[in-house]
Design a protein around this ligand. Structure first.
Ligand code: HEM
Ligand code: HEM
Length: 173
């Protein structure tokens, strides 16, 4: 089988779609928070879900270190380095953004609640000044994530244009 036809394990495909849906939903909801506590709580719950699913995704990824399909980009090529760097930074954002959001909520004096079912442990004492700094970091993280997602999708699309290979199928059942 040529590299392009190899597929990711099903569990990785499921985690990949779930994270994509949850993170995009978290951002769309965040843009609509305004003054609404309900919308803010929905955003926080989606964000906590991202964190929990991302932790499981990372554990699952480590199970497949030796079994993920080979990159379609040749070893040592610029494309391969870009591809792997973007993937690594996407992992950082899917864990880092929600952790900063969690810390920000604590610093403003609120828990990181998951749909009112449970709260994540409190990491920080109330400190609104620190909260404002964490809020800026949280926003910056979200903007970096959007940039990475554009690069991630552009990589697949450019690969298709240049090599007439649909790499998207590798991540789809
Ligand atoms: C992947 C997960 C997450 C993403 C992509 C994300 C993204 C965002 C974005 C884009 C904003 C709007 C920033 C702005 O323009 O003001 C925001 C605000 C916020 N996020 Fe998150 N977030 C995530 C997870 C979390 C988590 C886990 C929490 C807390 C438990 C959280 C708490 C908040 C709070 C409190 C705000 C400020 C709302 C306000 O304006 O008062 N976020 N987030
Ligand atoms: C929403 C649209 C998205 C599409 C269409 C998409 C598509 C893909 C495809 C086709 C691959 C396999 C690349 C290959 O051929 O090797 C892949 C891998 C990957 N994607 Fe996405 N992706 C999307 C969103 C995301 C998001 C939101 C994240 C993370 C926050 C993400 C993180 C990753 C990572 C880390 C890999 C590498 C697989 C691994 O080693 O874990 N993707 N994506």
């Amino acid at each position: 089988m040529n590299t392009q036809q190899q597929k990711y394990p099903l569990s990785m495909m499921i985690f990949h779609s779930l994270i994509a849906i949850l993170m995009i939903a978290a951002i769309v909801v965040a843009w609509n928070i305004g003054e609404s506590n309900e919308t803010r709580n929905l955003h926080k719950s989606l964000g906590v879900a991202v964190l929990l699913v991302a932790a499981l995704r990372l554990v699952n990824r480590l199970r497949f270190v030796k079994a993920v399909p080979e990159s379609v980009n040749p070893k040592g090529s610029v494309q391969r380095i870009l591809e792997k760097s973007v993937h690594g930074m996407l992992y950082l954002t899917m864990l880092g953004i929600p952790v900063v959001g969690w810390m920000m909520s604590n610093a403003f004096g609120y828990p990181a609640s998951f749909f009112g079912l449970f709260n994540l442990p409190t990491l920080l004492d109330k400190n609104p000044e620190l909260g404002r700094t964490l809020k800026e970091l949280h926003e910056l993280g979200a903007n970096v994530f959007i940039g990475l997602l554009v690069l991630h999708l552009a990589g697949g699309i450019l690969h298709f244009i240049k090599h007439k290979q649909n790499v998207f199928k590798r991540m789809m059942p």
